[in-house]
Design a protein around this ligand. Structure first.
Ligand code: 5GP
Length: 225
């Protein structure tokens, strides 16, 4: 049976990749955005790093042993994986694919190397880089978390320098000088990106091939969101 235009547009939610230095405020921006946009979800990554006091297994990360992590890699369950500050991190593939097929916009909070891998594997992904307003502010935020000693703060600042050099490989750059404004900028990007050539690729292919049948009234249901 031919699909409706609306079905075809509504399927394949966007894949949004966010990167930025530790302390740029990525998770705060994402949490705030998700609170107001139930059609989006963050993909929970797996990691071998220790769970922090305020984190929950299955919600913030899947906290795995290195053996479990490596088994996921071996059995092809990771979309991408990488190492950051001596810990392994990876994106479970099935969760991303299932959510996108159900029309959800999926957000990945991953490092720069992971983001580039995702762009190669999923060319329709949109890459957003979040920048802190200044180096001084970044350092102040890292210290304020209370998670890191001075040596680790310096290491993270060095890593931040390398990451920021990659920001020009991203589709969008958001400066997080103010959380409300940064969330708003993020929402505008996701909204505007809904009809980018990249996001409409599979719809366009089906349209050209005549695989979708015209029931134009149905369109407005998905076009108004
Ligand atoms: P944290 O340990 O502070 O939660 O995260 C450290 C870094 O790992 C962040 O830059 C974060 O974006 C990155 N990260 C988190 N999950 C993943 C993942 O699934 N894949 C990759 N490549 N990086 C990740």
């Amino acid at each position: 049976m031919k699909k409706e235009y609306s079905d075809k547009i509504a399927e394949n939610g966007q894949l949004i990749v966010i990167s930025g230095p530790e302390g740029a405020g990525k998770s705060t921006v994402i949490k705030r955005y998700l609170g107001a946009h139930p059609n989006a979800m963050i993909c929970v990554s797996a990691t071998t790093r220790e769970k922090r006091a305020d984190e929950e297994d299955g919600k913030d990360y899947y906290f795995l042993s290195l053996t479990e992590f490596e088994r996921m890699i071996r059995t092809g369950q990771m979309l991408e994986y990488g190492y950051f500050n001596n810990n392994a991190y990876g994106t479970p593939k099935k969760a991303v694919e299932d959510a996108r097929k159900a029309g959800k916009n999926v957000i990945l909070d991953i490092d720069v190397v992971g983001a580039m891998k995702v762009k190669t594997l999923c060319p329709d992904a949109t890459l957003i880089f979040i920048l802190p307003p200044s180096w001084d502010e970044l350092e102040a935020r890292l210290v304020k978390t209370g998670y890191y000693d001075e040596k680790t703060v310096n290491t993270l600042l060095e890593i931040a320098g390398e990451e920021i050099e990659c920001a020009n490989l991203y589709d969008y750059v958001i400066i997080n000088d103010d959380v409300d404004k940064a969330v708003n900028r993020f929402a505008q990007i996701v909204h505007g990106n809904r009809y980018s050539r990249n996001s409409m690729k599979s719809f366009l292919e089906s349209y050209i091939e005549g695989e979708v049948k015209p029931k134009v009234k149905e369109l407005s249901k998905v076009l108004n969101d």
